[in-house]
Each structure stands twice: as C-alpha cells, then as structure tokens.
Design a protein around this ligand. Sequence first.
Ligand SMILES: [Zn+2]
Ligand SMILES: [Zn+2]
Length: 367
Amino acid sequence: MRVQAAVAETPGRPLSVETVDLGGLGPNDILVEAKAAGLCHSDLHVLQGNAPGYIFPSILGHEGAGVVIECGERVTRLKAGDHVVTCVIGECGHCAGCRSDRTNLCETRGVEGLAAGGRPSRHFSKDGQSISTLAGGAAFAAYTILDQDFATAIPKSIAWDVACLFGCAVLTGVGSVLYTAKVRAGDAVAIFGLGGIGLNVIDGAKMAGASRIIGVDLNPAKEDLARELGLTDFFDGRDTDVAQHIRALTGGGVQHAFECTGSVTVARSAWLTTRVDCGQLILIGAAPPDRDRFEITIGDIQLGRVVLGGVMGKAKPRTDLAAIIDRFVAGDLHTNRLVSHHLRLSEINEGFRMMDAGESIRSVVMF
Ligand SMILES: [Zn+2]
Ligand SMILES: [Zn+2]
C-alpha cells in the first residue's frame, strides 16, 4: 500500500512528508494504523547526524500508538481493533534475555530492534529502493508493519496523544527509576534535565517513595510543572556550584543522580552530587560521539559508587510497559500533563525546532 511518512533524506536537513510504499504482512507481523507519535531526542540525535553508520533515507519515530488493522497468520497476542503502543525493542517472552531480570534486551528482538537504523527496512521502500527505519514501528508513517513482539495492547480508554508516550519517554524515565536504579522509599534523587524524560523520572521517583526529588535545569520555567509532579527542590543549571549545593542540601549527596541531557559536563556534575559511599549515576541522555566521555577515578568506584545505564530504562517493552500502564490507569502517573504540543505530520519540523530550542516538553504528531 501507499502511505504518507515523514522521511529524513540526509542528516542535517528537515524531514519531508512523502508517499512511500509499504510491503505485505509476514506471518508474525501486524499492520498498524498510526494515531499518534511522540517526538524524542533520539530522533533528533539521528537527524543531526550523530549516529555514525546510520542509513539514510530513513523514517524516524519510535514512540507510536495506533490501531491494529490486520494480523499475520501466526500472530497470537493481538487482534484487529486492538489499541497498541509500539517500542524500539521487542520482547519474545521466552529467550534467556526475556526470562532474566538483569536485562530487558531480548536475544532476538532486543538487538534486532536497536539495529533497525543500521539496515534497510523489510517493509518500507520508495521508488523501488528500500529505506531504513529508526525503529520497526516507524512511528512517523501513517501506517506501519511490525512484528507483534514490538507492540503492547493498551486499554482503549487512554487518549492517543498520551498513549504514544509510553513507548519511549515513560518507559525510559519511569523504567530508569524502577528497573535500572531500583530507587527505594526514603532515597534522595537528583534529576538533571526536566524535559520529557526527566519529568517521567519524577513520576517514577514519586512512585518509588523517594523522600527528596531535586531537579536541575537551565530553564527556570520548567520548575512549576516539575513541582506539580512531585519535585521538592529546584536548582538553576547555570549555577556552577550546583553539585555542592545538592550535597549540602542532602547531607552528603543523593543516592541516585539521573542524567537526562546527554551532556558530559552535566554528567560530571551529576556524578559529583552522588554520595561517595553508595551513590549511583544513571546515564540516560544520548551524547554525540565526539563528546561522550568524562573522567571517573578508580578511587571513586572503590568507595562504592556506580554508574548505570540501560536501553529504555531496562524496562521490558511489553510486560513492564503493561505494568507501568496499569499504574497510569490507577492514577499514579502524570503522563497526560507531559504533552505540550499537538502537531500535524506536515508540522513535524517545527516540533524538532521547538525541541532543540528547549521550548516544548513533548510534542506529539496526531494522524
Ligand atoms: Zn525515544
Ligand atoms: Zn526474548
């Protein structure tokens, strides 16, 4: 079939909305009609040419929600009419990775999902030439085909603009708290960068019972919403002594510092806010390849501090995602407060401009 999609032709250029070809359904595949897609920093990271080896032209977007239209003959978990959220990684449910609580990377669907940007899509083409997709879900296309293991059915009561955020921003932010850092009740948490991910870290920290949730951002306008979600203290990131202030405020540092900006300078500052005996730095923001390292001494580590990371907050993209959605339905998350702009597909470049300028929280394309 012929479908509309926002295509990245080359790095550094705006996306162009074009008609592309979508191939047939494989036995494990589902055809999804897109309803909403969130714009994520990882899309911008690729678009700005920061992913070496990435194949262009490409359909970006990896935070999608839509309706299942048709299922391949071996699809068992989903049916036509289901509302689904799609994710960049999948979960087969039975390999060693899926059965382990140490990783969320499925042995087949995890690596396959992450490598999608490195190779041509099985499904999308333009003028007879295959094009790549950032995720199997290709969220910036009006219809997409993906393996059932990359999609999760959600309650039909959840609005589309909110639903899509669970595929990346919520999974990553809340997941980093619950499954990467494993924050406990009473812990102190610092969050660097109060954008779409950072605000979800607040939601997760609140759920985990953190006693102190400290936010740092360059934009003081972000403080109000963050406090509404549960932030207890705010610091302006332009203050060069911010780590010192946080250590003083918490009597020696936080148990967990979350870096959500992708800046090494910020990562270093976040590291310095952690307790010297048991502090954890959780790295979430993607850094450009030429600015992705900072110094930590052996002595730092020997006292008991650690640095952690994980794809999608180490949350499993179907089972943990479904559990997080249950918590949203129960009223424990503020995901509906995170959508700042609704765009048409033709307005997608304005969405990325606002993201780059720090003017939006989460912009969502509505199909
Ligand atoms: Zn993302
Ligand atoms: Zn698996």
